[in-house]
Design a protein around this ligand. Structure first.
Ligand code: SAM
Length: 329
């Protein structure tokens, strides 16, 4: 099992497949000035497979596909099938905004995807559109239904909470767990990339204790559930008599760096050592200069060893070079 220099077991790799997205969430992607990675600069399905094989070979067992919006990759089913076939990868998931899930959910499941997290910030069509710019509720909701019909369990919905945009919508989102066996998780804003989205993430920040209070004041007390795994970044609760789970992911008000088990690969082929730090290791150059599984495994072990101990948001430091859509969340 790979361990970093602070003794943390790092066994979870998040692969960003693309930095393009079909939405422009206010805290993630600006409307103007975007420059996307050219398609020939994205890692190919075969290169992604090499990275995943290298990771599995040194003890990684969990992989999550992300973006940008991973469903925009035309070869997504091929990527899933390739990773699915790797011995040692026991958990393969994807994070998506669900816009294209109505058509894709069943083929994704057949290709071997096991778990899916769907990002939805509001159940109100107008407010959804305002926060997840270009987002339209109906197809996203149909995407969630399609994921459930395709057999993804549990359905996990993620909402980023943004003051003056959707902080009151947390009640309706949490209410979904009363009758549905779903996990609805509330994520605190993080300032990434140094631009307008980072500024908004600071100015519109809502701490999760406030979100929790808002939910409890309407829906009743939340009872804490035991952690399923130490590395779960979500603190999980249940509403009275609810079928599902309400979770809080609180990187700012309750950081979980001490149990971080993640390594990230950006769409342009860099191991990104910590979400909130700029340090990277260029694996694409190695791949395109003849490096195979063994070379990538060596680089990954070095990247693991170099992981920073934790973020320094409280001291005003964050990643300056990349926005969330360029790292994958
Ligand atoms: N397009 C997919 C989606 O919307 O989930 C996957 C990529 S997106 C970058 C991954 C996650 O990042 C989103 O689900 C959202 O929760 C989170 N995210 C984006 N910007 C964020 C920010 N500034 N602070 C906290 N979370 C953020």
């Amino acid at each position: 099992m790979p361990r970093d220099s602070y003794g943390r077991e790092i066994n979870y790799l998040r692969l960003s497949l693309i930095d393009h997205c079909n939405l422009r969430c206010v805290y993630c992607m600006p409307l103007r000035g975007l420059r996307f990675t050219a398609s020939e600069e994205l890692l190919t399905a075969a290169e992604l497979e090499t990275v995943a094989r290298a990771a599995a070979g040194i003890g990684f067992h969990k992989i999550r596909l992300t973006g940008g919006e991973p469903t925009l990759r035309a070869d997504l089913l091929d990527i899933i099938a390739r990773i699915r076939s790797i011995p040692g990868i026991t958990d393969l998931g994807m994070t998506t905004n669900g816009v294209l899930l109505k058509e894709l959910a069943a083929p994704l499941r057949r290709a071997g995807l096991e778990r899916i997290n769907i990002h939805i910030d509001s159940l109100d069509p107008q407010r959804l559109q305002r926060v997840m710019r270009f987002g339209v509720l109906e197809p996203m909701w149909e995407g969630i239904a399609a994921a459930e019909s395709a057999g993804f369990r549990p359905i996990k919905l993620n909402a980023v909470v943004v003051r003056d945009y959707n902080e009151h919508d947390v009640v309706d989102l949490a209410r979904l767990t009363v009758t549905n066996d779903w996990h609805v998780r509330f994520i605190e804003l993080m300032p990434l990339g140094g631009g307008e989205c980072a500024r908004l993430s600071l100015s519109q920040f809502v701490p999760n204790p406030e979100t929790r209070e808002r939910i409890e004041s309407v829906l009743g007390p939340l009872t804490e559930l035991p952690k399923q795994s130490l590395a779960d970044e979500s603190r999980n609760y249940r509403l009275p008599d609810a079928a599902g789970v309400v979770g809080f992911i609180s990187p700012v008000s309750d950081p979980y760096c001490g149990t971080c088990n993640r390594m990230r690969l950006t769409a342009d082929g860099k191991f990104h050592l910590c979400l909130l730090n700029d340090d990277e290791v260029d694996v694409k150059s190695a791949l395109r200069n003849g490096g195979g599984v063994r070379k990538v495994a060596e680089m990954l072990l070095k990247a693991v060893a170099a992981k920073p101990t934790g973020h320094r948001l409280d001291q005003g430091f964050s990643t300056e070079r990349r926005g969330m859509f360029q790292i994958g969340g």
